[in-house]
Design a protein around this ligand. Structure first.
Ligand SMILES: [Ca+2]
Length: 97
């Protein structure tokens, strides 16, 4: 299991897959990639992916996404490639009068 956190201040994170090929196995997702909508695995699952169908692009609700890659000891498929985009910056209201 490998975990990686992306933390970017003040923005949401949008994730788009360019390639996905993770072993589904017979019982579903023998190998998988799980995106948590927060800082740890205690956060709600934003998306869990396996197989070879590209998931629809999805966005976090905050500035934190924790990604976990889980794999077992058989069947090696070609893996995954995704990119992420930080949301647009939001200007604070003008308080200078
Ligand atoms: Ca495997």
């Amino acid at each position: 299991m490998i975990g990686k956190a992306f933390v970017i201040t003040g923005v949401t994170i949008t994730i788009e897959f360019e390639h996905l090929d993770l072993d589904e196995g017979s019982s579903g997702c023998d190998d998988s990639l799980t995106f948590y909508d927060g800082m740890t695995t205690a956060a709600p699952v934003l998306r869990r992916v396996c197989g070879s169908s590209l998931p629809v692009t999805f966005t976090s609700t905050s500035n934190m996404v924790f990604v976990v890659f889980s794999t077992n000891n058989n069947t090696i498929d070609s893996g995954f490639l995704f990119k992420y985009k930080i949301g647009e910056w939001t200007e604070l209201p003008n308080t200078l009068g």
